[in-house]
Design a binder for this molecule. Structure first.
Ligand SMILES: [Zn+2]
Length: 246
């Protein structure tokens, strides 16, 4: 899947492990590339694809960019609640069963925020770099992770990734698809297969969540004891800052 595995591109900004080329994902928001075949070779990328590397130690996925990586912004993007005594974060789990099943067709890849694709370990390291004390993540059995699991399995039989989601969002139409025949084939396959896929995907994701391999992680974190929130912010600025990872 990923060419260039023998040569690390750089070291991981969170754990210092070696980071290798992983996958290229056509940008689902771009009409011109919705129907691109995937995977895109990360060493010979198409013009409009998100290129992602991964750390062999903590499992972190890192999207390439010309900008420096901002670890404060990356954590802020996945915050869902706070700062009422503690802060709560939620992110897709790259180390999940659905992530393994989906590969480059993992549905969460189309909607993950920011440049970092987190695993439980890298999630904790990111919070730690921001001066927070993370708790063990929880993996809720229900939520968007159910839709990601269903769509990831469906992606295995359709020619377009996230076909129904893209059609419903109005981003994929016959005109910008891989062709009218392929569009029709995916419509028929998606409609016929959906009930059967749901029979498998729903319990599978529920079991994955119980096993600690759910598709969505929720992590609470608190600041180091005895410090005020303004102290945290100063500390975060010092600890995180911008890291030169491209
Ligand atoms: Zn790492």
């Amino acid at each position: 899947m990923a060419a260039g595995l023998d040569k690390p591109r750089h070291s991981c900004p969170l754990c210092g492990g070696n980071v290798f080329a992983w996958i290229g994902i056509p940008r689902s928001v771009s009409e011109a590339s919705v129907g691109l075949p995937s995977p895109v070779d990360p060493d010979e990328p198409a013009a409009d694809a998100r290129l992602v590397d991964r750390c062999e130690r903590c499992g972190l996925g890192i999207e390439r960019s010309n900008e420096n990586l901002d670890l404060i912004a990356e954590l802020d993007r996945v915050e869902i609640d706070g700062p009422d005594g503690g802060r709560t974060f939620a992110a897709p789990n790259r180390a999940s069963w659905q992530g393994s099943i989906g590969g480059d067709g993992w549905a969460a890849l189309a909607e993950w925020p920011g440049r970092l694709l987190l695993t439980p370990r890298s999630f904790a390291l990111l919070a730690d770099k921001n001066g927070l004390e993370p708790q063990k993540p929880a993996f809720p059995p229900a939520g968007p992770n159910q839709r990601w699991m269903w769509q990831s399995i469906l992606n295995g039989i359709t020619l377009h990734h996230n076909f129904l989601t893209e059609v419903r969002a109005g981003r994929l139409r016959v005109a910008n698809s891989r062709g009218p025949v392929q569009f029709a084939a995916d419509m028929v396959a998606s409609c016929l297969a959906t009930p059967f896929v749901l029979l498998v995907s729903f319990p599978l994701e529920a079991i994955a969540s119980l096993a600690g391999r759910g598709g969505r992680m929720i992590m609470r974190a608190s600041g180091a004891s005895g410090e005020s929130l303004s102290d945290f912010d100063d500390q975060r600025r010092e600890l995180a800052g911008s890291v030169e990872v491209r």
